[in-house]
Design a binder for this molecule. Structure first.
Ligand SMILES: [Zn+2]
Length: 177
């Protein structure tokens, strides 16, 4: 399927929520990656509305450094359980503060997503799994509504205004051989 034909998913959030998320993920003079999980209610076809945000702290991680963020065992399971109980879709977000251009997921992120996305889609049936990555100036996002290749790209709707993702990750995503 050509990229232009793939569906896009929109994630709605308030300006306040968006600014506090960005401030936590991309910090001044801090090149470390930071992460968060967002919980979102399916509102309409192709639209999720963020209802809760969990900013990840260092005890959620095995490793947190430059270009590398690894969740500790069990942290993802806790987030899946919470999404299951609140009947929300799960959204992972992390940052590439070292990225000043058009941001995209790293090959390391892609490897992780190939494992995590099918698992979460299976655990939270009927809801998409969304991954977001924020650079200093741009963001990118992918979603899966079933196991396998990403279903499409993700845009944000902040206080009603659409912010488009770079789309770089979807363009670059290579089918698994
Ligand atoms: Zn990354």
């Amino acid at each position: 399927m050509r990229e232009s034909e793939r569906p896009r998913l929109r994630i709605a959030l308030s300006g306040l929520c968006y600014r506090s998320l960005l401030a936590a993920l991309v910090r001044e003079k801090d090149e470390r990656e930071h992460g968060a999980f967002l919980f979102a209610k399916p509102e309409a076809q192709g639209l999720l509305e963020v209802v809760d945000v969990e900013l990840l702290q260092s005890d959620h991680f095995e490793s947190q450094s430059f270009g590398y963020l690894e969740l500790r065992e069990g942290a993802l399971q806790e987030m899946i359980l919470r999404a299951h109980q609140s009947e929300t879709a799960l959204i992972e977000a992390h940052s590439h503060p070292f990225s000043i251009g058009r941001v995209s997921f790293s090959p390391f992120d892609e490897d992780g997503l190939r494992e995590v996305a099918p698992h979460v889609v299976w655990r939270l049936p009927g809801r998409p799994y969304v991954a977001l990555v924020f650079g200093r100036k741009t963001f990118d996002g992918l979603f899966w509504s079933k196991a396998g290749e990403p279903s499409g790209a993700v845009d944000l709707v902040v206080d009603g205004e659409v912010l488009s993702s770079t789309g770089e990750s979807l363009r670059r995503w290579s089918p698994e051989l």
